[in-house]
Design a protein around this ligand. Sequence first.
Ligand code: FES
Length: 202
Amino acid sequence: MSGQTLPGANAPATPGGAAPGGTPQPAPAKATTPAALVSEAGMQRFAREVAKYPPEQKQSAVMACLAIVQQERGWISEQSEEFVARYLGMPTIAVHEVTTFYNMYNQQPVGRFKLNVCTNLPCQLRDGQLALEHLCTRLGVEEGGTTADGLFTVQKSECLGACADAPVMLVNDRQMCSFMTPERLDELVAMLASHAVIERAA
Ligand code: FES
């Protein structure tokens, strides 16, 4: 492990509008109000991110806004994508493309610790697949799954940019772990589980 610091739219425009025949339609009932999806502090952070760009380029804040949503809610739901799209004045599908392109955005709830094991070729040549399989076996989950206690989610990832340290993995999208042999993986899991116990007791 590198270091021991672990653990560490056009929017659906306005709801409603007129049907082809001109008959006003009722607004769809969706829980997409700022209060339901993003805290007041989060909305202030949204505004600060948008302010970094010219008004006509506010869509450039999409990654930052998605990161804020994930920090607050743990994952990016369809409703969250719709909300961000509406806020930035861009198509919801464009937001969804960002969410699904980057590993760091969770498209479903994940465990306290998200473990991403690189399975690209350089890591594969140095037992990256073995590392992934060992982790899954050790935790009793399929790749992409979360342990029953909600502590760990195991996913494979694309190249993490540290091929010389293969096999490599990332914890919670932030902490890079290098040379992850089965023994080191077991140590890591034990350390994270211990940390979770301390967290719960605090
Ligand atoms: S291939 Fe695994 S870090 Fe590059």
